[in-house]
Design a protein around this ligand. Structure first.
Ligand code: NAD
Length: 459
């Protein structure tokens, strides 16, 4: 898209906001239209996701379409309630007064998205930003071009351009958009680019949410049901070919059950994908040959106990298990973001702590244990974006739980009401009642005020 077209879109969104015609009812109508259009485009969306990532239809339905539909329905139901002023308690020192918070949209929001869940990760923040009364420009990832093109068509069919627009393109387009003034920037992607976004936003003091990545540990205690744990880990790790920001990045397992865990991980992988995963309808592909090269490089020289084969032409790499890698090697220093699962055994918790703290503030934190003390110790001692006990990934499904990272894994959170809060500025308003004059703060001040002091300190 050329520069003048981009500027036209931005200016038209400014004009739309200035016109004050963004009523809640009109937003609900557009959300309903979006729901209908997603159904109309459903087959095209499946096809695009299959072309970009070899995603199976059922996986695309569950992880890309269903979550978006649920988010739209939630906003249709709740947006009136969430948009109301929120009364808060008054301070006795201001008696009598009425105090409330008035949510207002920030204005023009820029949403930049990654390629791994290219449909869902573009639409979920859009629903929150648009429903809260903002206009939106989405810049989807250039690495999932088929999905980005369907997304662009879907948005064009649903929204007037001066309310929501898609601007497709690569990092240069993204940089150009970041150089412009926005009222809010919502970025999902790598920590490296997150830092660039933060520094561009800082130039205009634009508020941001950063949804980033990181190394999410999965810690397994000795007393767990290993078969069930293996099933849940394999499903969370290898879905979308391991390209999930909250996939368990590596396993820390009590040494006593290490061999049994490996055995069951292998059984589960075979059960899910067969002994030729490249022929399985349920197994995805790596997004690009460059990404595949990165993965084959980090497993070179490692102790591969399962899988490891790859095919560059097909952007394919087998589900792979690595045993006890050196914790200073690349595989334990960078986010894996592929179907490779290192398994490291520990004897006591101090070893676990040392490894996790090498990559602090993970986006997700998984614990498999039935021991309350063990679980509480880990939850209390580590900082993370979100935690699941005895399963993987499923916290993302519950929109009552805010989704976001901390430190290297991001800042801010969204989903459901948390999205509404993220994309709204709550203006505090205090209305003083005029029938009563509180003489206290007006001069002349009393010479002696010991009794008054006690009273005021009490309330
Ligand atoms: P990325 O950071 O490379 O790209 C994300 C977006 O930024 C793309 O639209 C891209 O065009 C744009 N971009 C790239 N370079 C840029 C630059 N120099 N300046 C401005 N914009 C630029 O990320 P990716 O490879 O698309 O996605 C993978 C990463 O995203 C992983 O680290 C993963 O953990 C993370 N992720 C996080 C979440 C989350 O919800 N926290 C979800 C999915 C992915």
């Amino acid at each position: 898209m050329d520069e003048s077209k981009i500027n036209d879109i931005i200016n038209s969104q400014k004009d739309f906001l200035d016109s004050n015609s963004n009523s809640i009812n009109s937003r609900i109508l557009l959300l309903k239209k979006l729901l209908i259009n997603i159904k109309l485009f459903e087959e095209e969306i499946y096809e695009a996701l299959s072309k970009d990532l070899n995603k199976a239809k059922f996986e695309s339905f569950l992880t890309e379409i269903l979550l978006v539909e649920k988010e739209i329905k939630l906003f249709i139901k709740k947006i009136n309630k969430w948009s109301k002023d929120k009364k808060v308690k008054a301070s006795i020192l201001n008696f009598p007064s009425r105090n409330y918070l008035k949510p207002e949209p920030y204005g023009r929001v820029l949403i930049i998205t990654p390629w791994n869940y290219p449909f869902q990760l573009s639409l979920t923040p859009l629903i929150g930003a648009f429903s809260s009364g903002n206009t939106v420009v989405i810049k989807p990832s250039e690495l999932a071009p088929n999905t980005s093109s369907v997304l662009s068509k879907l948005i064009k069919e649903t929204f007037p351009e001066n309310i929501v627009s898609v601007i497709e393109g690569d990092a240069e387009v993204s940089k150009n958009l970041l150089s412009k003034k926005w009222n809010y920037i919502f970025f999902t992607g790598s920590t490296r680019v997150g830092k660039i976004v933060a520094s561009e936003a800082a130039k205009n003091l634009t508020p941001i949410t950063l949804e980033l990545g990181g190394k999410s540990p999965c810690i397994i205690d000795k007393d767990v049901n290993i078969e069930k744990a293996a099933k849940r880990i394999v499903s969370g790790k290898f879905i979308n070919c391991g390209q999930t920001c909250i996939a368990p990045d590596y396993i820390l397992v009590n040494d006593k059950i290490k061999s049994k865990l490996i055995k069951h991980l292998k059984i589960e992988i075979l059960k899910t994908y067969g002994n030729k995963p490249n022929q399985s309808n349920n197994y995805g592909r790596i997004i690009s040959r460059n990404h595949l090269d990165r993965l084959t490089n980090i497993i070179a020289g490692q102790n591969i106990v399962f899988g490891g084969h790859s095919n560059k032409e097909d952007k394919y790499i087998e589900p792979t298990l690595i045993m006890d890698p050196d914790i200073n090697s690349a595989i334990m220093s960078e986010e894996i973001f592929g179907p490779i699962l290192p398994v490291i055994s520990y004897n006591d918790l101090s070893e676990v702590e040392k490894i996790i703290l090498k990559n602090p503030n993970p986006l997700a934190f998984y614990i498999f244990s039935n021991n309350k003390k063990f679980i509480n110790h880990l939850i209390n001692n580590f900082s993370f974006g979100g935690c699941v006990i005895n399963d993987t990934l499923i916290h993302y499904i519950n929109s009552n739980l805010p989704f976001g990272g901390i430190g290297n894994s991001g800042m801010g959170a969204y989903r459901g009401k948390h999205s509404f809060d993220t994309f709204s500025h709550y203006k505090p308003v205090l209305k003083k009642q005029s029938f009563f004059l509180d003489n206290l703060r007006f001069g002349p001040h009393p010479e002696s005020f010991n009794t008054l002091k006690k009273l005021l300190r009490k309330f």
